[in-house]
Design a protein around this ligand. Structure first.
Ligand code: AMP
Length: 373
């Protein structure tokens, strides 16, 4: 069986590395010329997206048929990111199933569409307005607010915190289009839930994970999340199941939540494997990458049971693999990307017998590896 994935980044790499032991073959669609192919080099066929026809701005049927063939006629196609060209997926859907489905990917591509989906399912999220000026938005939401581009933002990019009238005037002067302005949430902490739904509708949840960000970028995660009541746990799983079933989702989905007292509010959805689920490579019986691959390949899901308290530390801007920080209970995942400040270049998963010991080791990694954040 062959699986094709749109994107040539680290998530594609880790899906392939998890699926190859199952005897699965991989192909990758290189859809972003600004990205190198280094992460997936040697893991399968790599093909460029064809150019669109100038007059219709769509793909020629023959070009898509040629792409499908060059990819080795995959049995299904998946994605490693939400910002993919939907028309490419729709064209490829004529040849094999796309998992998760195009509608699910579309719903998570646009912050406005995502908010509408959450609202329709009665899943709490921060209050927002779409394409209103900041001056108008604060009349409804009050200061501070957070403006976010609907399609271009990730890792804190294309986001603006608006604290006062000066900020609001500056934001409005940018004359952006297609953005939301959200109420600023004074959350207690940020957690995520990563779950996988199989083709038969079975759902497997990983433990909730605590996530620590700096300037919008995930720095480290610890799972299981601490001080989570049974009620919060149940809320998270209920929201996840509601989304997975509504979208008839196949594969792994991540939900980022704000914890506000005894309530959860969804910050963001990711229709794919997620950075906050990387710890499952060491702490889970089956990692998120293998479960995603199992789901889309139509195989039974593996156990999401956790075998140890686990931490994940992102290597951001690190110049070369930091072998010197490895210990007996940690594992390095290096993505083979060209080093650049603020770029995620790898991560370290680590386990420890107790939470204080794990936190101590993460603090140490912070001291040693953080220079380039
Ligand atoms: P995002 O790209 O939406 O995940 O945002 C990046 C980070 O910005 C989040 O992980 C939060 O730390 C912070 N953030 C995003 N939205 C809000 C909000 N409405 N209120 C407060 N903080 C936010």
């Amino acid at each position: 069986m062959r699986i094709a994935i749109v994107g040539c980044g680290q998530l594609s790499r880790m899906m392939a590395l998890a699926g190859i032991p199952l005897g699965l073959k991989f192909s990758f669609i290189h859809d972003d010329k600004t990205q190198t192919r280094d992460c997936v080099q040697g893991l399968g066929i790599i093909e460029y997206t064809p150019s669109k026809e100038a007059d219709t701005n769509s793909y020629a049927k023959q070009a898509i048929a040629d792409l499908y063939q060059a990819l080795g006629e995959p049995d299904c196609i998946s994605v490693e990111k939400e910002q993919v060209d939907v028309t490419l997926l729709q064209a490829l859907a004529g040849f094999c199933p796309i998992y998760p489905g195009v509608d699910a990917i579309k719903a998570c591509q646009h912050r406005g569409a995502e908010k509408q989906l959450l609202t329709r399912l009665n899943i709490p999220t921060s209050p927002y307005v779409y394409n209103e000026t900041a001056i108008k938005a604060v009349e409804v939401l009050g200061y501070p607010v957070m403006a976010k581009s609907c399609t271009e933002g990730y890792d804190g990019k294309n986001q603006w915190v608006i604290k006062n009238a000066d900020d609001a005037i500056k934001f409005d002067a940018l004359r952006l289009t297609d953005y939301i302005i959200e109420g600023f949430i004074e959350f207690d902490k940020e957690i995520s839930l990563v779950s996988t739904r199989g083709q038969s509708g079975e759902i497997a949840h990983y433990s909730l994970t605590d996530n620590y960000h700096e300037k919008g970028i995930l720095i480290h995660s610890i799972s299981p999340a601490v001080n989570i009541s049974d009620d919060l746990q149940a809320q998270a799983m209920r929201y996840m199941e509601s989304l997975l079933n509504e979208l008839d989702y196949v594969g792994t989905l991540a939900i980022e939540f704000f914890v506000v007292g005894e309530r959860l509010m969804v910050n963001e959805l990711a229709p794919r494997v997620h950075n906050s689920g990387h710890w499952t490579q060491l702490g889970g019986i089956t990692c998120q990458f293998e479960n995603h691959v199992r789901a889309i390949a139509g195989l039974p899901l593996g156990s999401t049971e956790q075998i140890s308290i686990t931490g994940m530390f992102n290597l951001i801007g690190t110049e070369k693999p930091p072998f010197e920080v490895l210990t007996a209970n940690s594992k390095l995942h290096w993505y083979n990307k060209v080093s650049k400040a603020k770029r995620k270049l790898g991560h370290i998963n680590l386990i420890a017998p107790t939470l204080p010991l794990l936190e101590q080791q993460i603090a140490q990694l912070n001291l040693t590896c953080k220079a380039n954040h």
